[in-house]
Design a protein around this ligand. Structure first.
Ligand SMILES: [Zn+2]
Length: 154
């Protein structure tokens, strides 16, 4: 049974959701987004789980996606990694982390991102670039201009 992110819980027909693995924290998120949908989701058969997010966090730190992932995202990722099940998500950062680990994933809406990418800092002055290990913008070592975070294709 796959792990389902909140987009799936919101948009998929109930029959498709049955038996899916979901994180407890998603219910809170769902209640905020759509109280009616949350009530429906609570009434159907799903596998509610919680798991430590340590491995998920370090995997996301490796690809540079950690600052883009919410606590709920990390929990969903932890469930996918912990259970070894396919993750359904439209979140490009979650997909990026899965791809880096060769973990199976699928998009909720069939728009799968095709390429692996990494985040890099690029200088707006001399265009020098280096790997971004956080989302903090810094000054260029070479010319002192600001460096902006950019997504770079591999
Ligand atoms: Zn520069």
């Amino acid at each position: 049974m796959p792990v389902l992110d909140t987009a799936a819980l919101l948009h998929w027909p109930v029959e498709r959701l049955l038996g899916g693995i979901v994180a407890h924290s998603q219910l809170e998120e769902l209640r905020r987004l759509s109280p009616q949908r949350a009530m429906l989701i609570e009434s159907i058969e799903l596998e509610w789980m919680s798991m430590g997010t340590g491995d998920a966090e370090s995997a996301a730190a490796n690809t540079g996606d950690l600052p883009r992932l919410s606590p709920v995202d990390l929990e969903i990722l932890a469930l996918a990694l912990g259970t070894g099940q396919k993750l359904y998500t439209d979140d490009y950062s979650l997909q990026n982390v899965c791809r880096s680990l060769n973990h199976p994933f699928e998009s909720v809406s069939n728009k799968k991102s095709k390429q692996q990418w990494s985040w890099e800092l690029r200088c707006i002055g001399c265009r020098a670039s280096k790997k971004a290990d956080s989302q903090e913008e810094q000054e260029c070592d070479i010319c002192g201009s600001p460096m902006k975070v950019k997504r770079s294709r591999k």
